[in-house]
Ligand binder design. Structure first.
Ligand SMILES: NC(=O)C1=CN([C@@H]2O[C@H](COP(=O)(O)OP(=O)(O)OC[C@H]3O[C@@H](n4cnc5c(N)ncnc54)[C@H](OP(=O)(O)O)[C@@H]3O)[C@@H](O)[C@H]2O)C=CC1
Ligand SMILES: O=C(CO)COP(=O)(O)O
Length: 339
């Protein structure tokens, strides 16, 4: 039995705290809202996991110092836009080092930093035992129902990745390890762009051919960018690559797919964001990935088309037409770096 603190009590933080509690660990779930801590301690999280009953052994707090002191194993489960703020606050309150496990999927616009890079910038080297990213096809709603799920724990520190595998693995959650942090983080972040686009084409009524095209060509452009940034090509055919692409592009559980679907049915970006009530990482990541693709000179036509819809008010039908009208190509063109 280990002591673990989960920071962030949205759908994923709550589901992972549940898994760790089931696995026999002493888990403290931190939320920045005192009213939510009270609700969690009474056994529910209605906004983020409606109908789900938390076990009585899973405790919650909104006291950050209490949460930091509870353990030396931290699971960071807040949206990417809150990573810097939350990690800086945690770092400011730490008096011993800790293992940081992050589960967020995003890239920061303008700096183009991955989550583990932001954590390293906010937490002192002497405070970090290691950083592990936990990623893969895993809707919180299904994990909370104990449905079979597979994910990967990636770290440059193999022993740390194995420790995370041991912490989370059980009969319904199978955890693999990987050493390709860049590939796992890029795959997890960029699949949200393609999921938004898949929701959008579903909203337009384009059907399955269009979705298969988005998943396949989306994977090609994600891998192209990832390899340029130092990822191992094979990682993109794994759980955090094609696995997460499939689950997010095809499931109504996906907030990114749902947001895209609303856009395809004519809602504005502002209307979609206001109505979701949960994080839609793909919008921010589209901006970051578009900027990054321009900076490093990697063609990412789907990302560019979505960027034009989200940030340049290009009508969705026009963006889709633009994708189909592009110059004729060989399927494997621009893929040479992946060999
Ligand atoms: N849900 C899922 O199935 C999965 C999600 N992920 C990833 O995990 C990350 C978290 O997602 P998820 O749990 O779904 O998100 P949710 O939108 O469900 O919840 C976000 C949580 O973070 C809290 N939060 C937001 N900003 C801050 C802040 N500045 N300080 C402290 N807490 C904050 C929110 O609090 P408040 O209620 O006050 O807004 C809320 O509790 C995302 O990057 C997502 O892509 C990864 C795999 C699966
Ligand atoms: O990352 C996820 C599943 O692996 C969750 O995706 P959404 O954020 O689109 O719901």
């Amino acid at each position: 039995m280990e002591k673990v603190t989960v920071f962030g009590a949205g759908s994923w933080g709550t589901a992972l705290a549940y898994v760790l509690t089931l696995n026999g660990h002493d888990v403290l779930l931190w939320t920045h809202r005192a009213d939510q801590a009270d609700e969690l301690n009474s056994g529910t999280n209605e906004r983020y996991l409606p109908g789900f009953r938390l076990p009585g052994t899973l405790k919650a707090t909104s006291d950050l110092q209490h949460a930091i002191r509870h353990s030396e194993t931290f699971v960071i489960a807040v949206p990417s836009k809150a990573i810097r703020e939350v990690c800086a606050e945690i770092s400011g309150g730490m008096d011993k080092s800790a293992l940081f496990i992050h589960v967020s999927k995003g890239i920061e616009p303008d700096t183009h930093k991955r989550i583990s890079e932001m954590i390293r910038e906010e937490v002192g080297t002497e405070q970090l035992k290691a950083i592990v990213v936990l990623s893969g096809p895993s809707h919180a709603e299904e994990v909370a129902k104990e449905h079979p799920t597979t994910i990967t724990a990636a770290s440059e520190d193999k022993e740390a990745a194995k420790r995370v595998q041991d912490l989370f693995m059980n009969q319904f959650l199978r955890v693999y390890t990987n050493t390709d942090v860049v590939g796992v983080e890029i795959g997890g972040a960029l699949k949200n762009i393609i999921a938004l686009a898949a929701g959008l084409t579903d909203g337009l009524g384009y059907g399955d051919n269009a979705k298969a095209a988005l998943i396949t060509r989306g994977l090609a452009e994600i891998a192209r960018l990832g390899v340029k940034l130092g990822a191992t090509p094979l990682t993109f055919s794994g759980l955090s690559g094609v696995g997460d692409l499939i689950v997010t592009c095809t499931s109504p559980h996906s907030r990114n797919w749902r947001a895209g679907n609303m856009l395809g049915k004519g809602k504005t970006v502002e209307e979609v964001e206001a109505s979701m009530g949960m994080v839609v990482e793909g919008i921010r990541t589209t901006k970051a990935a578009y900027q990054l693709s321009q900076k490093v000179g990697v063609p990412m036509p789907i990302t560019a088309a979505l960027y034009s819809v989200l940030f340049e008010q290009v009508p969705v039908e026009k963006a889709a037409e633009g994708l189909m009208d592009r110059v004729k190509k060989d399927e494997m063109e621009d893929m040479i770096d992946l060999l």
